[in-house]
Design a protein around this ligand. Structure first.
Ligand SMILES: [Zn+2]
Ligand SMILES: [Zn+2]
Length: 346
C-alpha cells in the first residue's frame, strides 16, 4: 500500500508500507476516500513544525468507509461511511482526567500525522471511539472538513461571546473561513481579513451570512463604532497578527491566537492588567465539538463544496502541494494558487 511519507524538510515521498489490520477488539480499519491537506502539513513539509518525527505518514483530516472491524465493534459494518477524529487521548493521564484530552500527556508518539503514522494512504487503523458516522447525503470530501471545523469550534468555545460583539478573523484560508463559520454559528458577525486578492475572491464566495471580506485589519477598523471602541474579538489564524490584533482590541476584548510560524511578540502587561484584554490559545478538539462540527456540515450550514476547492489523486500530491504554495520539486515556498482546502484521494 502506498503512503505519503515525510522524511525530512522538503522531502516527501510515496513509499510502500504494510497494510494495517485489525489487532485489538475495538479496532476499526477505515478505507480512506478523502484526506484534507492542512496548514500543519505545509508547516511540517517546509521544516517549520518541530514536533514532527520523521519518517512519518502525514495526514489527519480524513473520511472514508469501514473496511474491517474488531470483535467488540457491533455498531459499524464494512461499507459504513465514517469520519475520523485524529486527536488521540489516553483517557487516564492528568490532562485527560482534568478536561484537556487535546493535551494528553501521551500525545508525543501518538499524534496522528505528526508523531504517529497518519492518513495519506488507503487504509488506516483506529479505534471505534474515534469514529463518527457520516450521513448518506454528505459527500466524504465535505466530511473531511469535520476535523478543522471542530478545531475552530473548540477555539470559539474558549471565548466569551455576545451576538452584538464585533469580530475579525485574520487569514482567508480554510481555517479562517471555518473560524468565521464557527463564530457565525454562535450568532457573531464580522469580517475576514485576507491580503491576497485572488484568495479573498475565493473566500468571499464561502463566507457565512452577515460576514464580509477586508484586505487589512485596519480596513475593518474603518467602521465608526469599531474605530472608537476597538474590536471585541480578533482570531489570528496566520500567526502574524497577534501584536497588531492586541493593539486593535477594545478594552475587555479577546484575541484568539491559533496560527503557527509567526515571529515572537512583545507585550506590555498593562494591556491585560489595565485594559482587561485577553489572549487565548487553542488546538485540536474538545467537548463534543467533533460531533457538533459534523452536524453543522450535514445541515448544510457550512458551504463545504466551496471550501473544498480541489481534489487530487494521492499520486499527484506534488501538484496538490504546489497549489498551496509548497514546491516539493525545488524545495521552496512559492505563491499559492487559487485554492482553499485541497484534498487527496488514495
Ligand atoms: Zn489540520
Ligand atoms: Zn491522556
Amino acid at each position: 500500500m502506498e503512503a505519503l511519507v515525510y522524511t525530512g524538510p522538503w522531502s516527501v515521498e510515496l513509499r510502500q508500507t504494510a497494510e494495517p489490520a485489525v489487532a485489538g477488539p475495538d479496532d476499526v480499519v477505515v478505507e480512506l476516500r478523502a484526506i484534507g491537506i492542512c496548514g500543519t502539513d505545509l508547516g511540517i513539509v517546509s521544516g517549520q513544525y518541530p514536533p514532527v518525527r520523521p519518517p512519518v505518514v502525514l495526514g489527519h483530516e480524513a473520511a472514508g468507509v469501514v473496511h474491517s472491524t474488531g470483535p467488540a465493534v457491533t455498531d459499524l459494518a464494512p461499507g459504513d461511511r465514517v469520519v475520523i477524529d485524529p486527536t488521540y487521548s489516553c483517557l487516564h493521564c492528568r490532562m485527560c482526567t482534568t478536561g484537556r484530552p487535546n493535551h494528553c500527556l501521551r500525545k508525543d508518539g501518538t499524534e496522528c500525522g505528526v508523531s504517529a503514522d497518519g492518513m495519506f494512504r488507503r487504509l488506516h487503523r483506529t479505534q471505534r471511539r474515534f469514529l463518527h458516522r457520516v450521513p448518506a447525503h454528505v459527500p466524504l470530501e465535505a466530511a473531511a472538513l469535520t476535523e478543522p471545523l471542530s478545531c475552530a469550534m473548540t477555539g470559539v468555545q474558549q471565548l466569551h461571546l455576545r451576538t452584538d460583539y464585533s469580530a475579525a478573523v485574520v487569514g482567508g484560508g480554510p481555517m479562517g473561513l471555518l473560524y468565521a463559520h464557527a463564530l457565525a454559528a454562535r450568532g457573531v458577525r464580522g469580517a475576514l481579513v485576507e491580503i491576497s486578492g485572488p484568495r479573498r475572491a475565493l473566500a468571499e464566495k464561502a463566507l457565512p451570512e452577515g460576514w464580509s471580506c477586508a484586505a487589512a485589519l485596519d480596513a475593518v477598523m474603518d467602521r465608526e463604532d469599531i474605530r472608537e471602541a476597538g474590536l471585541d474579538i480578533v482570531v489570528d489564524t496566520s500567526g502574524h497578527a497577534v501584536e497588531t490584533g492586541l493593539a486593535r482590541l477594545a478594552r475587555g476584548g479577546q484575541l484568539l491566537s491559533v496560527g503557527l510560524g509567526g515571529p515572537p511578540i512583545s507585550v506590555d502587561p498593562a494591556v491585560f492588567a489595565d485594559h482587561s484584554k485577553r489572549l487565548v490559545g487553542s488546538i485540536d478538539s474538545l467537548d463534543g465539538s467533533f460531533a457538533a462540527a459534523l452536524d453543522l456540515i450535514a445541515a448544510g450550514r457550512v458551504p463545504a463544496d466551496r471550501i473544498v476547492s480541489h481534489s487530487y489523486p494521492l499520486a499527484e500530491h506534488r501538484d496538490a502541494f504546489a497549489r498551496l504554495g509548497i514546491d516539493l520539486v525545488n524545495g521552496r515556498r512559492v505563491p499559492p494558487g487559487d485554492a482553499l482546502k485541497v484534498v487527496l484521494a488514495p
